[in-house]
Ligand binder design. Structure first.
Ligand SMILES: *Cc1c(COP(=O)(O)O)cnc(C)c1O
Length: 418
């Protein structure tokens, strides 16, 4: 369809693409023809360089090199190297971040360690509506350690910090909410927690690789995040963990495994943690996944995060503007902040038929996702989504709504992974 949507036309959006300083990054990614990919917040797209690198890793390094590749192909220090690359994107130092395990497991490690650093304090503070794994891990830690998990509404965080006072052991929040895309004030909240003597853990799953994050500028204690969303590390890519330098030497990591040992290959009977960030490791890295992530991170090497952040905001603003103009009367609500300053790189809509609508939209080539009970999520990864893509996606959504194309048994049938 070529008629203008509201005040903007497809041509206007193409002109925005022509002026986009990041437009050339799209060639870094192997996206299928005819697909508008708006789900990089769930699984990042495939960087072309990763396919090539993995072929070498499998056929040459694993196939021919065999066990020699731990040394000869530099496999062994990949967790540190990938961590150092991520540190540049999140305002940390190179030796404060390491790649390992999943976000869920890393969260367990930092929560347990944080509680150990604040003995006698009895509250873990978090948000109602946090990502489920964050809630499950923190409730099981709270139960095990005999402390209270206090989950409050997002607008009650400041008050809850003051109420918890000197009982606050650790605050654990996700910087960008996975459902709404709302962004917390990392600096302000961290300072408020420190004023009570507590520690903070920030989950950066929806921030790393798309927002400017300044962990050390905000004086953050601990953080975790995901490798397979905006960092494009591939399905189930290993996650990362940050421990501020001032805490590392004394940080107790609850899963003592041989790769966290100071000298794993001395095969000693007694555990002595690595003096640095490597104490956060547990067992052998999933090496192929790690190689994919390390290679994918190369795409960010010369990137200015401010430019990427701004593009994510502009894409979201454009999407909201087009939805306002073209989909009024179709029952959509906006679940994300309208103000781009406090919105991550996603926009979420609500609709009672959200699941079936998203299925119909996906079938027509625009891929977003659905989160129960009624959220349609559209992610705007600025490295490979353009402005004309946003226009096309809204056009598909409008078509689906105008013609009632979502209302079929097939689209209403809920699949295992939404
Ligand atoms: C994606 C995501 C996770 C994922 O955790 P895994 O252990 O990698 O499955 C955790 N927390 C948040 C906030 C997320 O968005």
């Amino acid at each position: 369809m070529q008629q203008p949507i509201g005040l903007l036309s497809h041509n206007n959006c193409q002109a925005m693409d022509a002026n986009d300083p990041l437009a050339h990054y799209r060639d870094e990614f192997a996206l299928p023809e005819g697909v508008i990919y708006l789900d990089g917040n769930s699984l990042g797209a495939l960087p072309r360089r990763v396919s090539q690198r993995l072929r070498t890793a499998i056929d040459h390094e694993w196939g021919n090199g065999l066990i020699r590749s731990w040394n000869e192909a530099d496999w062994y220090l990949a967790p540190q190297r990938a961590g150092a690359m991520i540190s540049q994107l999140i305002g940390a130092d190179k030796d404060e971040v390491i790649v390992c395990d999943s976000t869920s497991v890393n969260l367990y490690k930092v929560l347990m360690g944080a509680l150990k650093m604040r003995p006698g304090r009895r509250i873990i503070l978090s948000e109602r509506g946090n990502f489920p794994t964050d809630v499950y891990v923190s409730s099981s830690v709270a139960e095990e350690r005999g402390v209270e998990l206090r989950a409050v509404d997002p607008d009650r965080i400041a008050a809850a910090i003051a109420e918890a006072g000197r009982d606050l052991a650790v605050l654990h929040l996700t910087h960008v909410n996975y459902k709404t895309g709302a962004v917390y004030d990392m600096a302000g909240i961290t300072a408020a927690v420190h004023a009570q003597g507590g520690l903070v853990i920030w989950d950066l799953c929806h921030s790393a690789g798309t927002l400017e994050v300044d962990l050390n500028g905000c004086n953050v204690d601990l953080a975790v995040g995901c490798g397979y969303k905006y960092l494009n590390g591939g399905p189930g890519a290993p996650a990362f963990v940050f421990v501020a330098k001032r805490h590392i030497a004394d940080f107790w990591q609850p899963i003592a495994g041989w790769h966290g040992h100071a000298k794993p290959f001395s095969f000693g009977h007694d555990y002595a943690p690595d003096p640095g960030i490597a104490r956060m490791l547990v067992g052998t890295a999933p090496q192929l996944g790690l190689i994919a992530l390390e290679t994918a991170l190369g795409v960010f090497a010369c990137l200015d995060m401010r430019t990427l952040r701004r593009k994510g905001q502009e894409l979201g603003d454009l999407f909201i503007r087009l939805v306002d103009q073209e989909l009024s009367g179709h029952g959509f609500g906006l679940a994300s902040p309208r103000d781009a300053a406090v919105r991550g790189s996603q926009v979420s809509l609500t609709h009672p038929q959200g699941y079936a609508i998203m299925q119909a939209v996906i079938a027509r080539g625009a891929i977003g996702d659905f989160r129960a009970p009624d959220i349609l999520r559209f992610g705007f990864a600025g490295l490979y989504v353009g402005f004309a893509d946003v226009w096309d996606a809204v056009a598909i959504l409008r078509d689906v709504m105008d013609k009632g194309l979502w209302d079929t048994v097939e689209y209403r049938t809920v699949k295992a992974v939404t």
